[in-house]
Design a protein around this ligand. Sequence first.
Ligand SMILES: Nc1ncnc2c1ncn2[C@@H]1O[C@H](COP(=O)(O)OP(=O)(O)OP(=O)(O)O)[C@@H](O)[C@H]1O
Ligand SMILES: [Mg+2]
Length: 258
Amino acid sequence: MSELQAEKLSYRYDGRLLVDDVSLSLSTGEMVTLIGPNGAGKSTLLRLLTGFLPASAGSCTLAGKPLTCIAAAELARQRAVMRQQHNLSFPMQAVDVVALGRAPWSSVRREEIIYEVMTLTGALPLARRDYRQLSGGEQQRVQLARVLAQLWHDDGPQGWLFLDEPTSALDLFYQQQTLRLLHQLTRKGNLMVCAVLHDLNLAALWSDRLLLMSQGKLVATGSAEEVITEPVLTRWYRADLSVITASECGRPQVQLNQ
Ligand SMILES: Nc1ncnc2c1ncn2[C@@H]1O[C@H](COP(=O)(O)OP(=O)(O)OP(=O)(O)O)[C@@H](O)[C@H]1O
Ligand SMILES: [Mg+2]
């Protein structure tokens, strides 16, 4: 087991603290979900944790080494990132978008891996389509295939996978399929998944741990049972809601009140 550790991370922009003194550690083998209201700083924190933004204060280390000291090519073999938005301004087939994920690696088994991840994410029938003409949900499935391809080894994905709202455009079938897949891939112990989700019911069903952010700070962390509660959610989301317990798995589920 290996760790990504953030110590007192802050990011200041234009006099505002977008991320404020965040410390956390992420381990391979776990599925962690980052939740919180719009503008809380979730995407900004993800950028700090993945080395796309330099922190204004604090540090982030991967297996004991500061992110800033890891060469870009080496980092690309250890962590992959799916952003909240991903537009292309030129024509490209979906299969070539997925192949971009293999750029940090040699071409050994490249076609096989691309076929495998596109099958897993339901993106295979889209392989020859122009990415720009795909629906929002179809594009998300292709992007998920790309980041899985980036971390793929002989026996599955290894490393740190960061996903910013990966299910926001997916229908119910693919929401469930995607979360099940990610959860199952973490069970092998070699992959950490950290996903930003607005759907708290999905988060509650599949997360080992939830991190709740508000105004740049981590304000609640723990299991679904600890974080998905009426007092916590009412306080930080300001929504009028009820939390019930799903009978089969015992995980909490959120209902909005009319
Ligand atoms: N490049 C930027 N320049 C200036 N302000 C920014 C920038 N990116 C984000 N912000 C601001 O930082 C705050 C946090 O933004 P961030 O995108 O991290 O929020 P978020 O939690 O991901 O929100 P959402 O749920 O809407 O995606 C917001 O107030 C936003 O307006
Ligand atoms: Mg965001």
